[in-house]
Design a protein around this ligand. Structure first.
Ligand SMILES: Cc1cc2nc3c(=O)[nH]c(=O)nc-3n(C[C@H](O)[C@H](O)[C@H](O)COP(=O)(O)OP(=O)(O)OC[C@H]3O[C@@H](n4cnc5c(N)ncnc54)[C@H](O)[C@@H]3O)c2cc1C
Length: 387
């Protein structure tokens, strides 16, 4: 059986493990965290990623998700910039992150062995395979196969840690990928966007179906989850690593239901927002390939980062099934994700404008664009409707 090591068990890593297993590979997953899981926030899953999950046999996504609704865009005081309109464009479904991660993990079979509490520290490759070195804390074996370091990929434990060997390594170790750093130390790595994001889940009932509100240097968005709770996210221009803000105070005078949502939130997640500069590094380096945020971390403005990681895994499966060279994975995924990284970055720059004049012009241009898009959608509908 062919062997692979997946480094990192985020959404990208677990999807890659499912994909590899379904292509007949034996997989060892190495995860630094002591336990598998995801943070308490929502996530938008776009149709392309949902289709990959379906192809991989991940069940229950539609049941756990709420269909996104056409949502408008408002100013901080509640005046519409673009009213919610049916634009006839694809919409994502909304899920709780932990639930999505669990649904993907549920699809892992006995050919996948997971070692948690295991931090990868080195990767070397030769013509026969790749050797991964890692340090572990405690007994660190979980998941399907449940084998020790000598599980799926061949491995051994020495005083300095464990060594694993396989034919292929998938580096799904996130935006600060240590493996990417080992492969290309000259690549600059994450760049700060200039703003911080806050996320939470509000336990309150509201009539409002959601959407985004843009102010000066601050944004707020929310959407309903299937169980009625509300996932919200917000941004503010900040220096990286600054002190925690009181988000309630930041948005205190914004339109309802924003203050009500914040009042009904128990825990707030804070992330300084980074992405990877373009041109992105190649995604394939011999027997080591980059996947997910390790390859193409993007700002969250389009809600596509995790979806792109899922689509990477889908592309990898197609390449392996077709017996193509791994370079086909790079050829498909790098151009597609480069576009998203760039577009997401631009949206962030426009969304975080903070001068009064720039925001007035921005909002007017968006309003005009929204009207035009609405008219075009109506015309398309008329043209497509049966006579
Ligand atoms: C505010 C915000 C909102 C977002 N909203 C959305 C959204 O709605 N839709 C969407 O598609 N995307 C969204 N994203 C993006 C999405 O969260 C990421 O793109 C996605 O989680 C990346 O998954 P990943 O598996 O590639 O990396 P990660 O989730 O970062 O996983 C990397 C894993 O590797 C492990 N690891 C790291 N180093 C090592 C090592 N040396 N050894 C072993 N393990 C290691 C880490 O512990 C981690 O578990 C959002 C991001 C943010 C910040």
């Amino acid at each position: 059986m062919r062997t692979a090591i997946v480094v990192g068990a985020g959404i990208g890593g677990v999807t890659a493990a499912v994909a590899l297993e379904q292509c007949g590979w034996q997989v060892t997953m190495l995860e630094r965290a002591a336990e598998l899981g995801e943070v308490g926030a929502g996530i938008s899953v776009w149709p392309g990623a949902a289709a990959v999950l379906e192809e991989l046999g991940v069940e229950g996504v539609a049941k756990a998700a709420r269909l996104g609704e056409a949502a408008g865009m408002r100013r901080w005081d509640g005046r519409w910039i673009v009213e919610a309109a049916e634009l006839g464009i694809e919409l994502p479904v909304m899920l709780h992150r932990a639930q999505l991660h669990q649904l993907i993990r549920d699809r892992l079979g006995s050919a996948v062995t997971i070692h948690t509490g295991t931090t990868v520290t080195g990767v070397t490759q030769d013509s026969d395979g790749v050797t991964v070195t890692a340090t572990s804390v405690a007994p660190a074996s979980a998941g399907s196969g449940g084998a020790g370091p000598a599980g799926a990929a061949s491995g051994s434990v020495g005083a300095g840690g464990a060594e694993y060997r396989a034919e292929l390594v998938v580096a799904a170790d996130g935006i600060r990928s240590g493996i990417r750093g080992l492969l290309a130390s000259e690549y600059k790595g994450p760049r700060y966007s200039g703003y911080t994001a806050y996320r939470g889940i509000a336990e309150v009932e509201v009539e409002d179906s959601g959407g985004e509100t843009w102010g000066r240097g601050q944004r707020f968005g929310f959407a309903k989850l299937i169980d009625g709770r509300i996932y919200w996210y917000a941004t503010a221009n900040r220096e990286p690593g600054g002190a925690d803000d009181d988000v309630k105070e930041l948005f205190a005078n914004w339109h309802e239901p924003i203050p009500a949502l914040l009042a009904a939130t128990r825990a707030v997640l804070r992330n300084d927002i980074y992405d990877l500069p373009t041109p992105l590094l190649p995604f394939v380096h011999g027997r080591v390939l980059l996947l997910g945020d390790a390859a193409h971390a993007m700002t969250p403005n389009m809600g596509r980062g995790a979806c792109s990681a899922i689509e990477d895994a889908g592309a990898l499966a197609r390449v392996l099934r077709a017996g193509k060279d791994l370079s086909a994975y790079d050829a498909e995924r790098r151009p597609a994700t480069t576009k998203l990284v760039k577009r997401s970055h631009q949206i962030g720059v426009i969304g975080q404008l903070d001068s009064k004049l720039a925001c007035t012009v921005r909002d007017a241009v968006l309003a005009m664009g929204g009207k035009t898009a609405g008219l075009l959608a109506k015309r398309r509908k008329v043209e497509q409707s049966p006579v």
